[in-house]
Design a protein around this ligand. Structure first.
Ligand code: FES
Length: 155
């Protein structure tokens, strides 16, 4: 799927709001990410140019904080735990199954940007291993097929 062209008007509005204020890098990046869903390089370049913030500083902040994303993400965030307890109870099978069924690989999104998949290492509920989460919903003792079906139901 081709990414839609970026509309810079919302960014100009954000930059206007922060004009003349100090320590605005994080709030500008947060607002921009709220609008665009992630921080595309074109948006970081535009922020740098229009707000006079060095691009290296913007990348430094955006890569330091886990809340910022430089790659386009799917509408739903899937996390599969591959900590020790989940690993021995089948997490690798779940990860392989998601890739096979939905073309969803760790650290990436599916081709339609419906889902993004992250691998995490212990969600603190090892008794329910293997665990996956989809947005805020937890799937304990999950199986690939059940998870794939739940994901297909989502808009
Ligand atoms: S190892 Fe998966 S929840 Fe702890």
């Amino acid at each position: 799927m081709i990414a839609p062209a970026l509309d810079f008007a919302p960014l100009d509005k954000i930059l206007d709001e922060f004009k003349g204020r100090k320590d605005t890098v994080i709030p500008i990046l947060q607002r921009a990410q709220d609008v665009y869903g992630y921080l595309p390089k074109e948006i970081l370049q535009a922020i740098s140019k229009k707000a006079g913030i060095p691009l290296s500083r913007l990348y430094g902040v955006a890569t330091f904080y886990a809340q910022f994303h430089l790659k386009r993400r799917g509408r739903h965030l899937v996390k599969v735990c591959d900590g020790t307890a989940c690993h021995v109870r089948g997490a690798p099978r779940i990860v392989d199954g998601l890739e096979e069924a939905l073309n969803l690989a760790p650290g990436n999104s599916d081709p339609d940007y419906k889902y993004s998949l992250e691998i995490v290492y212990c969600l603190g509920s090892c008794g329910l291993a293997p665990i996956a989460t989809v947005d805020d919903k937890v799937y304990g003792q999950t199986e690939t097929q059940r998870l794939v079906e739940a994901l297909r139901q989502l808009e």
